[in-house]
Design a protein around this ligand. Structure first.
Ligand SMILES: C[S@@+](CC[C@H](N)C(=O)[O-])C[C@H]1O[C@@H](n2cnc3c(N)ncnc32)[C@H](O)[C@@H]1O
Length: 332
C-alpha cells in the first residue's frame, strides 16, 4: 500500500518528504572515517527543514569536516509541504564553530544568494558540486537517474537515499554490477518513515503522525564500509529438484537469498533483494533480467530465448532475477 503512495508521488513529482535525523545518524555512523578534512554538499536541502544540514552542522567538529555547503531548491509549487516560499534560492556555507560554543550559530553560517532556483543541474550548483568531496542527501526520486548520472560525471563520492526500484534502471544497474556503486547499510526492513504532509496509507500500527511510511527505500553509495565485505553464510546444498534450471538461461533459480547453495559454482538467478547482502569478495554480479525486453548489456549471460528476457521455468515466467556466480577461491 505504502509503495502505491510513493509511486503516485513519483508520477506526480511530489518529492517533498524529509529524512529523519535518526535515519541519517543510523547510516552515517558506518562512514565516519570518510569525512575527515572533507567538503560535504547537501544539494537538495532546504536548511530550514533538512536534517542533513542539521546532522553535518552539529557533527562538524566530530567528523573533522572542512566545509559544509547546502543548497536550497526554491520550490515552484507553493502549496506543497515545503516551506521554500522565499523568492530567492540560497545556499549556505558552514566552516565550523568559531566562538567555541560547539554550536552552529546563525552568525557562523554564511547565507548566499543563488541566481537561479537551486536546481542541482544548474551551472552555479554544478560549480558547488565541483568544490565538494562527498555529496549526502535524499534527492528527488523523480530525478534519481539524472541525479546519479551527474554525480558519476563529476566523479563524486556520495551517500544518497533512493528507492529499490532504481536498482533495475538500465542507467543504475550497470554501476552496481561493476562495483562502482553499492547499497549502504540501509533502513530497517527496507522501509522508512519520512516527515511529510502527504497522505499516509501505512497500517495503523505503522502510522506515525506527520509522516509517510515508504517501503523499498535504501541508501546508494560509493563509500566503502566494513559490513559490505562480510560473506553471506551459506548452508544449503544444491539439488536439481529444489533449484531448477531456467528454460532460457543456463542458470539455476533461487527464490530466497538465504537459500543460495554453498556447493554450486555455476550461474544462479537470485531476487533483486540479494543486493542488500552482496559481498564483492563472495560473488560476481553478471547481469540481471528484470523486464520483458531483452537488453544483452543488462542481461549479461547468454540468452537462449527470443524476445521476452524474463527467466522461464517450465514455460512460466519467474520474478526479476540478478545473475550471480560465486567468486573462485583464488579471486576471493
Ligand atoms: C525527497 S526530498 C528530501 C529533502 C531533504 N534532502 C531531506 O532528505 O530531508 C527531495 C528534495 O529535493 C528538492 N528538489 C526537487 N527538485 C530539485 C532539483 N531539481 N534540484 C534540487 N532540489 C530539488 C525538493 O524540493 C525536495 O525538498
Amino acid at each position: 500500500m505504502a509503495k502505491r503512495t510513493i509511486d503516485k508521488a513519483k508520477a506526480a513529482k511530489k518529492d517533498e518528504f524529509y529524512t529523519q535525523l535518526e535515519d541519517i545518524n543510523n547510516e552515517l555512523r558506518h562512514y565516519h572515517d570518510h569525512f575527515r578534512g572533507k567538503t560535504v554538499l547537501c544539494n537538495c536541502d532546504d536548511p530550514r527543514i533538512s536534517n542533513f544540514f542539521t546532522y553535518f552542522a552539529y557533527n562538524f567538529e566530530f567528523l573533522g569536516l572542512k566545509k559544509l555547503i547546502t543548497t536550497c531548491y526554491k520550490n515552484q509549487n507553493m502549496d506543497l509541504f515545503s516551506q521554500n516560499q522565499s523568492e530567492q534560492a540560497v545556499y549556505l556555507v558552514y566552516e565550523g564553530d568559531k566562538n567555541g560554543n560547539s554550536t552552529p550559530d546563525a552568525e557562523e553560517i554564511g547565507v548566499k544568494p543563488l541566481i537561479g532556483d537551486g536546481d542541482f543541474r544548474s551551472k552555479e550548483c554544478i560549480e558547488l558540486l565541483k568544490e565538494a568531496d562527498i555529496v549526502v542527501t535524499n534527492p528527488p526520486f523523480s530525478l534519481f537517474r539524472e541525479y546519479v548520472a551527474q554525480l558519476i560525471e563529476y566523479d563524486k563520492k556520495f551517500l544518497i537515499i533512493g528507492h529499490q526500484n532504481a536498482l533495475s534502471y538500465k542507467e543504475i544497474f550497470p554501476l552496481i554490477r561493476d562495483n562502482k556503486i553499492w547499497l549502504g547499510f540501509g533502513f530497517k526492513g527496507n522501509a522508512g518513515h519520512f516527515i511529510s504532509s502527504y497522505e499516509d496509507v501505512a497500517t495503523a500500527g505503522d502510522h506515525r503522525k506527520g509522516m509517510i511510511r515508504v517501503s523499498g527505500v535504501t541508501w546508494f553509495t560509493n563509500l566503502d564500509y566494513k559490513e559490505r565485505h562480510d560473506n553471506l553464510p551459506l548452508y544449503k546444498t544444491y539439488s536439481p529438484k529444489e533449484y531448477p534450471t531456467y528454460d532460457n538461461y543456463d542458470a539455476i533459480n533461487i527464490n530466497k537469498t538465504a537459500d543460495i547453495p554453498c556447493d554450486f559454482d555455476g550461474v544462479m538467478g537470485v531476487p533483486i533483494t540479494f543486493l542488500d547482502k552482496y559481498s564483492p569478495e563472495q560473488f560476481d554480479i553478471l547481469g540481471m533480467s528484470a523486464s520483458a525486453g531483452y537488453n544483452p548489456d543488462i542481461v549479461g549471460i547468454p540468452f537462449k530465448g527470443e524476445k521476452d528476457a524474463r527467466p522461464l521455468i517450465h514455460g512460466k515466467n519467474t520474478y526479476a532475477r540478478v545473475f550471480i556466480q560465486k567468486r573462485k577461491q583464488s579471486e576471493q
